[in-house]
Design a protein around this ligand. Structure first.
Ligand code: CIR
Length: 254
């Protein structure tokens, strides 16, 4: 069975980190309503949802993806690139300890889970404002003995690697070519986003389906044309905090 760890939207989300977006007011009630829709969609797809309580003083804590990489063999607790987000890992580590052996990225290395894209035994680490080579090398040391290959990948123009590319089916990537070079991904089929929807590359793959934001109808048509089944949710309120769909959960098998 698969489990998804989520966390309720913080009342302080208005103070979230922003890198590429202009700040605009976030309606906390609406963000919570959309987040509830996200959790319901996870349950409908057969996942058990472990919904953690709000962290009132950690504005970005709904974006649990950034705190860890959960593999079958272990979980790596990240050291988030934004100093304001470092305390988010504490409670996640406590929860994950029940499911996996934990490893920790050591200071001064920095990495957000949003920069980590796993395709089978290959783990791509986006080098961004949030994630550095030091963290990638630490991951290499931890994961090579387990049979994973860890590769650095250049990303520009967006927050995270997974803003630019996500897996929508086995060996199929949804990708924005303006933000990441598709040539670095070997042996995968690429679906490009519609150029009028630059933020459309983030989908959350769950088995044979991909959870996808209602905000990107043109790219959704491209996904449908490639035979990808999408489950559509509204996610525009948390998008104002520069968050997308993968960001709001940590999904793994138990
Ligand atoms: C941040 O800048 O850290 C948050 N406002 C958004 C994080 C989104 N997380 C993700 O894409 N994995």
């Amino acid at each position: 069975m698969d489990i998804a760890i989520t966390r309720q939207v913080s009342r302080s989300i208005d103070n979230c980190e922003l890198t590429f977006l202009q700040r605009e007011p976030i309606d906390v009630a609406r963000a919570r309503q959309q987040h509830a829709q996200y959790e319901a969609a996870l349950k409908d797809l057969g996942l058990a949802v472990l919904s953690l309580p709000e962290e009132p003083d950690l504005p970005d804590s709904v974006f649990v993806e950034d705190t860890a990489l959960v593999l079958d063999e272990c979980a790596i607790i990240t050291r988030p690139g934004a100093a304001s987000r470092r305390l988010e890992t504490t409670s996640i580590a406590q929860v994950l300890a029940a499911f996996r052996e934990l490893r920790h990225i050591q200071a001064p290395a920095r990495v957000d889970g949003g920069d980590i894209l796993q395709l089978g035994r290959c783990i791509y680490v986006g080098l961004t404002q949030r994630s550095d080579t030091n963290a990638m090398e630490q991951m290499q040391e931890m994961l090579a003995p387990l049979g994973y290959e860890v590769r650095a990948i250049r990303v520009s123009g967006c927050l995270h690697l997974k803003s630019a590319a996500t897996e929508v089916a086995r060996d199929v990537l949804l990708l924005n070519p303006a933000w990441v070079d598709q040539g670095v991904f070997e042996g995968v089929k690429i679906i490009e986003i519609d150029p009028s929807e630059p933020h459309a590359a983030n989908a959350l793959r769950l088995g044979d389906s991909a959870m996808y934001s209602a905000a990107f109808p043109r790219t959704r048509e491209r996904l449908a044309g490639s035979g990808i089944h999408t489950v559509i949710v509204d996610a525009d309120e948390l998008a104002k905090a520069e968050g997308a769909l993968t960001c709001c959960s940590l999904v793994f098998g138990i």
